[in-house]
Design a protein around this ligand. Structure first.
Ligand code: GDP
Ligand code: MG
Length: 293
């Protein structure tokens, strides 16, 4: 008899949700950054081991939204709470004992979902701090998504809580999203690495042409920013910045697809797209009711 179900990883920005997903899947599906709010969309990984299959969603951080893109990001996180058989509620050990999930999410937690509390980054915590946290949160799993400590035990508990079900995906699938999606995410991750302040947050990436019928693959992508000044920063002196960004992103894309790639990057301005319902929709974001006009 097999078990299968959906697992949502939720928590505040920067808690290590994406690092945990990648650690469980054993491959980089979700982008990671020391800068908060790097994950904007749900990223789905599939973990099949023995007679258990977990369909795991990495989500944007639970935050208080201040502009429409953040409203859309928050509603993705809240929605994935509603879809879950098991919720992994992850927090950063360095921030002390976490608030309850309902409080952190400012939402009611569906009663049919099992919530597993996870305290991450214990590798960065001195022993005394660990003891204190353990006393405060005796039921939590203490893990390090970076070193792998505590992950086996966590997965065993998740497996216990999943319903009896046939597998929902073929056993060797690890994701559900298109290569195009991962390419746009890798461009954004590289922007988060190379650019500072508002600029990386003002970026959206869209694929205009994607040709796998030649070597190298030809991928033309547009990076949208919100203002001319951001476009100038992104392009840099004599195009140096966009060249650096393009070459680092291209290497990541080649690692992902296992093929040589020609990445043709363009920069365009789409004024205030993060606040425009129409532009958000174009980039795949749904605004919650009442904010969609
Ligand atoms: P998310 O916003 O919750 O998805 O967090 P990320 O997975 O992007 O991680 C945020 C930052 O925390 C990154 O710089 C990670 O390298 C770091 N991080 C994640 N997990 C761990 C961990 O177990 N230990 C340590 N020391 N750092 C971690
Ligand atoms: Mg993330």
């Amino acid at each position: 008899m097999t078990r299968a179900g959906t697992v949502s990883v939720v928590g505040k920005p920067n808690a290590g949700k994406s690092t945990l997903l990648n650690r469980i899947i054993g491959q980089k599906l979700s982008i990671i950054s020391p800068k908060p709010q790097s994950t904007r969309q749900r990223v789905v990984g599939i973990h099949t081991a023995g007679d258990v299959q977990m369909i795991i969603s990495d989500t944007p951080g639970l935050l208080d939204p201040t502009y429409p893109l953040q409203h859309a990001m928050r509603s993705i996180a809240v929605q994935s709470l509603g879809d879950a058989d098991v919720i992994i509620y992850i927090s950063d050990a360095l921030e002390g004992p976490p608030p309850d999930l309902a409080e952190a999410a400012q939402a009611t937690i569906p009663r049919n979902a099992s919530v597993i509390e996870v305290i991450n980054k214990v590798d960065a915590l001195p022993t005394a701090g660990r003891e204190q946290l353990r006393a405060a949160r005796p039921d939590a799993h203490f893990i390090s998504a970076v070193t792998g400590e505590g992950i086996e035990e966590l997965l065993a508990e998740v497996a216990d809580k999943l319903p009896a079900s046939p597998f929902l995906y073929p056993e060797d699938d690890i994701g559900t999203q298109s290569t195009r999606f991962f390419v746009t995410e890798l461009v954004r991750e590289t922007a988060l690495e190379q650019l500072h302040e508002e600029v990386p947050y003002s970026i959206a990436c869209e694929i205009e042409e994607f040709r796998e019928d030649r070597i190298p693959w030809y991928i033309r992508a547009v990076i949208y920013v919100e203002r001319d000044s951001q476009k100038r920063i992104l392009i840099g002196h004599k195009g140096a910045q966009i060249r650096d960004l393009g070459s680092a992103a291209r290497q990541k894309i080649e690692d992902l697809v296992g093929e040589r790639v020609y990445l043709d990057l363009w920069v365009k301005v789409l004024p205030n797209w993060r606040r425009s319902p129409r532009d958000l929709k174009r980039f795949g974001f749904d605004l919650p009711e009442g904010l969609s006009r």
